[in-house]
Design a protein around this ligand. Structure first.
Ligand SMILES: *[C@@H]1O[C@H](CO)[C@@H](O)[C@H](O)[C@H]1NC(C)=O
Ligand SMILES: *[C@@H]1O[C@H](CO)[C@@H](O)[C@H](O)[C@H]1NC(C)=O
Ligand SMILES: *[C@@H]1O[C@H](CO)[C@@H](O)[C@H](O)[C@H]1NC(C)=O
Ligand SMILES: *[C@@H]1O[C@H](CO)[C@@H](O)[C@H](O)[C@H]1NC(C)=O
Length: 653
């Protein structure tokens, strides 16, 4: 250490860094050392034992193979009702989002052995397994295949996906010689009988079989190929099934094998070779550290110099390993089907006059929006765009960015702001949208400089446009999407005052409970006071009904030009309109706005009802004559196509 300090005398930060390197060197088992590939061409305990986890008392490496259940040909009870797992010790990153999932190929050779003298009754089976941890359920023998047990079978919390090689027929099995895709259960989601395919999993004359399991993270298709070892890989898979792995397995998961025997069904469950290639979704920057960690044998001084140089290099680049990571994420983004054009950061910098204040259009969720002017090559034409520059630091906003992208790049509707491009460079995230000439709705409602730009017809049409966008998100798109932050400043107006809904920074697809506010990792509820439905504060959950609440607030603002919170209806209509409004329409809209603001979520109109603004056939909602008593907790209904009968009433205050 003395030497170290004198080398770096006067540069305390380098000293700290070097000491950190030393600490790293003394922690050789630091987790991140995961290679993205591995290959075992036969197994040797001395060489391979450290990278594998043996779970269950009968597991071993024997005869150059993994023995998932005891390796003995004695026909003794030690082979009855056994179960075990052998897993690769390091986890892999399986996915980043629905869109970005790791593709993998695993290739292995198995041998399921049964004795002929005395003749064994073969059972129960072997499985290739993706699991959330390095444990095994209790009593997973017999039909449970080392995968589940009588208590947890079929539970979503198992987080396992497996390919079974099943040698014993249960009620739910086609026969005693099949493969199957198992999701959290030994009752397979898909099976293929090997009887007609000239394969006997547990033959009387021992045979090795080679298996390929492929998962395509883009198409989400899992395929299983199988032949007698030595034969070429067949053209067609035996089993092919579309499965969104992200729904079933943990982000960090382990690969390996599980197997079981029964009583009297017994067999030896052996894996002779195994390799895995998987897309590397790890942070590349971590790997840099690892390489340093791996060089334990290199003389210390060399290493320290390396560390120092590296540090200075990284410091110079600023954003550190972000560059590598950008590349990795950039590649993933390019894979997203239907992604719009990718832009270079330097071009956007130029287009926005170095992100100058004078080009600022506004501040949206997670970032600042600038106007940009893109010149074509010969400077003859230019295109105006809106550039949203994400403001939070890279790790945080990477998730926001992906969330926003995976949703919006697939949404297409004429009343949604169109995404036209993206850029991800050196840890800087930017999204490009169509430029909307007339800016956001709130400016027209509240800013003095925009007096009288919105006549009654325009106001009515804006609400109809927003209603149709909301209808698209909630009911017409193939996933239900909640906007989460519906408010006047997120409604943008083009040159003809057509409205488009923007800023999907908070939108998430409505499945798997992923629409939780809490998940965003923000303190409290993101969204804007006055627009966020009451129930969101205690359920922490955005729903189509909470979007309807936000819409109600917008309706009241558009009619009244006042922030949400005021509702003295007699003088409600914006005085700037004078007599320029249709009393019947105004009345209906005000009632609709109030109905949408109902504290009980289930009593709000449905998006389908709101949508009828467009055709002018909107029923008049039933608004209670008194402000409803505060309800706690308010009821959040499941989103359903439930019909609401809206009684026609005349309003009286
Ligand atoms: C993993 O395997 C793939 C395919 O063989 C190869 O392209 C990639 O470079 C390998 N990665 C490493 C780190 O060995
Ligand atoms: C396993 O590998 C070690 C070290 O390379 C070697 O000494 C040993 O003979 C091998 N064992 C077998 C069974 O091949
Ligand atoms: C197996 O799953 C199917 C549906 O996938 C179900 O119909 C059947 O009842 C299950 N069988 C058992 C024994 O759980
Ligand atoms: C994965 O699926 C995508 C989309 O169907 C396809 O374009 C791609 O070629 C597939 N990848 C492999 C390795 O088959």
């Amino acid at each position: 250490m003395v030497t170290i300090i004198s080398i770096s005398n006067g540069k305390s930060s380098i000293t700290v860094f070097i000491i950190f390197c030393c600490i790293l060197l003394h922690l050789p088992d630091i987790q991140a050392a995961t290679p993205p590939n591995f290959s075992f061409d036969g197994f040797n305990l001395t060489q391979d034992g450290d990278s594998l986890e043996f779970i269950g008392s009968g597991t071993s490496i024997d005869n150059g193979a993994l023995q998932i259940t005891p390796d003995t040909t004695n026909n003794d009870p030690s082979l009855h009702n056994q179960f075990g797992r052998i897993m690769y010790k390091h986890p892999f990153n399986m996915w980043l989002s629905d869109e970005i999932q790791a593709s993998f190929n695993s290739d292995f050779v198995i041998n399921i052995f049964r004795n002929t003298a005395p003749a064994w009754n073969a059972g129960e089976g072997l499985a290739f397994l993706i699991a959330p941890d390095l444990s095994i359920p209790d009593a997973s023998y017999g039909q449970w295949l080392g995968l589940t047990n009588a208590i947890n079978d079929g539970k979503q919390t198992n987080r396992i996906v497996a390919i079974e090689f099943d040698t014993e027929k249960q009620d739910y099995d086609p026969n005693d010689n099949h493969i199957g895709l198992n999701i959290n259960s030994v009752n397979s989601t898909a099976t293929f009988s090997l009887d007609d395919y000239n394969i006997k999993l547990s033959p009387e004359v021992p045979a090795n079989y080679r298996v390929w399991v492929h998962y395509n993270g883009t198409s989400k298709v899992m395929e299983v190929y199988m032949v007698k070892d030595g034969q070429p890989k067949p053209e067609k898979p035996l089993l092919s099934k579309t499965i969104n792995l992200k729904e079933y397995v943990n982000q960090k998961s382990y690969f390996g094998f599980a197997a079981s025997t029964g009583n009297p069904q017994i067999e030896l469950n052996c894996v002779l070779k195994w390799s895995l290639e998987i897309d590397d979704l790890q942070k590349k920057s971590d790997l840099l550290w690892l390489k340093i960690g791996a060089g334990v044998g290199v003389p210390l001084v060399t290493l320290l110099i390396l560390c120092g140089v590296l540090y200075l290099y990284k410091r110079k680049r600023r954003g550190g390993g972000g560059d590598e990571e950008s590349k990795a994420l950039g590649t993933q983004l390019r894979w997203l089907p239907g992604m719009p054009r990718e832009f270079k950061y330097k071009d956007l910098k130029k287009a926005t006059n170095n992100f100058h204040e004078s080009m600022m259009l506004g501040q949206g969720g997670f970032g600042v929006v600038y106007k940009g002017i893109l010149q074509d090559k010969d400077h003859k034409t230019s295109t105006e765009i809106a550039v949203k520059k994400f403001s939070r630091d890279i790790i945080q906003s990477k998730d926001d960015f992906l969330a926003e992208l995976t949703i919006i790049h697939r949404l297409r509707h004429k009343h949604l702001v169109r995404l036209v491009g993206w850029c991800y460079e050196k840890g800087k995230l930017l999204l490009l949208y169509d430029f909307m000439l007339n800016g956001s709705l709130d400016k027209h409602l509240y800013e003095a400089s925009n007096q009288n730009t919105l006549n009654w017809r325009r106001r009515y049409r804006i609400l109809a446009d927003v209603a149709s966008a909301l209808h698209y998100l909630h009911n017409e798109y193939d996933q239900k999407v909640v906007h989460r932050d519906l408010k006047a400043s997120n409604i943008l107006l083009d040159s003809d005052y057509n409205a488009r809904l923007g800023d999907f920074g908070l939108a998430r697809a409505l499945d798997n409970e992923r629409n939780s506010y809490a998940e965003l990792g923000l303190a409290g509820v993101p969204g804007t006071m006055g627009y966020v439905a009451l129930e969101c504060f205690h359920t922490g959950r955005a729903t189509p009904e909470s979007d309807v609440y936000g819409f109600g607030a917008v309706v009241l603002e558009v009619i009244c030009s006042r922030s949400p919170g005021i509702s003295n209806i007699e003088e409600a209509v914006d005085e700037r309109l004078g007599n320029d409004y249709v009393a019947d329409e105004a009345n209906k809209l005000l009632l609709l706005g109030l109905a949408c603001s109902h504290p009980i979520a289930s009593d709000r109109p449905q998006t389908q009802d709101i949508f009828q603004i467009k055709s002018g056939t909107m029923p008049v909602p039933n608004v209670p004559p008194f402000k409803p008593a505060f309800t706690w907790p308010s009821m959040v209904t499941a989103f359903s196509g439930r019909d609401i009968t809206l009684a026609s009433t005349t309003f009286s205050s």
